[in-house]
Design a protein around this ligand. Structure first.
Ligand SMILES: [Zn+2]
Length: 75
């Protein structure tokens, strides 16, 4: 069992094709990308598959956070 390569990624890996072994599978020739959240500016470095999860997760989180703020203002 090999270690999760995504934990070893650095800025130098951006734009490179790597074979990444992750806990959820084996990514052959995966492009390493860096994405940032426009709301909280958190950054993520990893495969597009994981970047998609990061973006979707932040979108869901911030949408939830907005709604909870509205609820708090009404209370
Ligand atoms: Zn965010």
């Amino acid at each position: 069992m090999q270690a999760d390569r995504s934990e070893e990624l650095t800025e130098e890996d951006i734009g490179h094709m790597l074979t990444v072994i992750s806990t959820d599978g084996y990514y052959k020739q995966a492009m390493i990308v860096k994405v940032g959240c426009p709301v909280c500016f958190e950054e993520f470095l990893g495969t597009k598959r994981h970047a998609g999860g990061f973006i979707a997760g932040h979108r869901a989180y911030h949408e939830f956070d907005d709604k909870s703020n509205i609820l708090m203002e009404r209370a």
